[in-house]
Design a protein around this ligand. Sequence first.
Ligand SMILES: Cc1ncc(COP(=O)(O)O)c(C=O)c1O
Length: 371
Amino acid sequence: MCIHLSRPDITDREIEAVCAVLRSPNLSLGPKLVEFEQAFSEYVGMKRAVAVNSGTSGLFLCMLALGIAPGDEVITTPFTFAASATSIMMAGARPVFVDIDPVSLNIDPAKIEAGITEKTKAILPVEVFGNPAGLDAVCEIAKKHNLPVIEDSCEALGSALKGKKVGTFGTMSVFGFYPNKQITTGEGGMILTDDDDLADMCVSLRNQGRSKGAGWLAHERLGYNYRLSDINCALGIVQLSRIDEIKAKRRQVAEWYRQMLADEDRLIVPAEPVNCDMSWFVFVVRLKEDFTMEQRDRILQQMQSRNIQVSNYFAPVHLMPFIAQKFGYKPGNFPITESISARAIALPFHNHLTKDQIAIVCTTLKQLLAG
Ligand SMILES: Cc1ncc(COP(=O)(O)O)c(C=O)c1O
């Protein structure tokens, strides 16, 4: 039997909510969209929420709403999912990478100012693996330079730093609801902001550039179809109502891993960061420095062949060929990111994992480490 890397947590309540929409006349732009946006903005604590069909669409619309265009630069981290950087490129702008802090694995605030030029138009920090550490320092630098922050919160729904929820730090923030996330809508995303003009622009851009109150064929600007259907929203409403239960289940899984790997000194095991309420997204362990990437890759393969799904979260984004070629990034540019990427192993992590399954994962990993 396979131990999956991720799995959604869907109950009868979600299934009934989706079926109820299917029996209604409103499959899109209906009451569930309004209800999901309201519930989400209330949960996170931002004035406006705009639902979209993915986290990537959400990030891209933030770029457009903030007027980011060809010739502009946006500072971000190379240790993230590709969309943090590709959304910048979709707007025609240049992602300027800044290396990460080796403990939090988030963009290193101390290195950001060296990357700021007169072309810099925004800073895009990511709460990698759900960890919000350092976000306040990033926002201070942005404030000093009068730059907006686009918070990529796709991995961090429910996390908080010093009592302040993730998603409330940025000028705009974006969550993602792919099935491996804390909550899912199948596919989907949410843009949050306190700024009505930015929110209204996103509402128009996600709906073919239509303007509020005008007719169905009145298009005011170049827009997209990034709408999230009421079917997805109904799923999201129930999932969001269960966020505390989901967070608790994931915290328990993380705790079991931490207990069972506590005696393994060849690994760096993630811990709940100080001053943070961590909403666990994945559980990524790292091999110590004396392991090579080839050894890590062999362990990944051997785990897979034993039906334990694992992954190499994250590959350095600046070295993805189409990005390296376009902007001239090379190995060695961001040594902390590259070193951590070479030794990272994402272990199976989801709400359904049992203590016995985690024991199998940990025993197998220890055996493989022993060689
Ligand atoms: C950090 C980060 N940014 C952006 C995204 C993009 O979200 P989506 O897959 O919904 O487009 C994801 C997740 O997949 C992510 O983990």
